[in-house]
Design a protein around this ligand. Structure first.
Ligand code: 4NP
Length: 169
């Protein structure tokens, strides 16, 4: 039986959607006293905002819900992430394709297949009842409160799944 889990949320810029999911998930995990069992991080597939804090729209919606994003900074997905994280949750299907491509490259370059144990999925697979494929990108479309609603719902479902995987229920 696994005793701990590490989750990586991935989007394009790592300033809007995946940091929102990271902050929301950490808040849920902390509230259940599981921070010693479940670790959370986020990363992007694009490098435009490396080292930047979350977008002001993400910060505003997190502030409104009293959720901390202290110290969070944009970073790129890297090969080692496939060894570190058991759950790699991509905010849209393009992110999923890019992550899988990077993963295949990691195998080709480093022979990581033995070590690989990550489940790679899209965020909206966590809320199938919504019938939505991608978490819309508020960088282009705005509507951070709607994205927050999707993120909160998906994170609750993911926590439930991980608690079952770790037999914590
Ligand atoms: P995110 O949104 O992937 O949810 O962080 C974006 C942030 C920045 C850019 C695109 C999407 N950009 O092109 O800079």
């Amino acid at each position: 039986m696994k005793s701990s889990a590490r989750i990586l949320f991935v989007c394009l810029g790592n300033i809007c959607r995946s940091p929102m999911a990271e902050a929301v998930m950490r808040n849920l995990v902390n509230a259940e006293g599981l921070s010693n069992r479940i670790e959370i991080d986020s990363a992007g597939t694009g490098d435009w905002h490396l080292g930047h804090p979350p977008h002001e729209g993400t910060r505003k919606v997190l502030d409104e819900h009293g959720i901390s994003y202290e110290g969070m900074k944009s970073r790129l997905v890297e090969h080692a992430d496939f060894e570190t994280f058991q759950y790699v949750v991509c905010m849209d299907t393009k992110n999923l394709r890019d992550v899988k491509e990077l993963f295949l490259k990691a195998i080709a370059d480093n022979g990581l297949i033995e070590a690989h144990s990550a489940q790679v999925l899209t965020f909206m697979e966590l809320s199938p009842q919504r019938g939505i494929v991608d978490v819309p990108d508020p960088y282009y479309e705005g509507n951070f409160p709607y994205v927050f609603e999707l993120v909160e719902e998906g994170c609750k479902a993911l926590l439930k799944q991980i608690k079952a995987d770790l037999a914590l229920d």
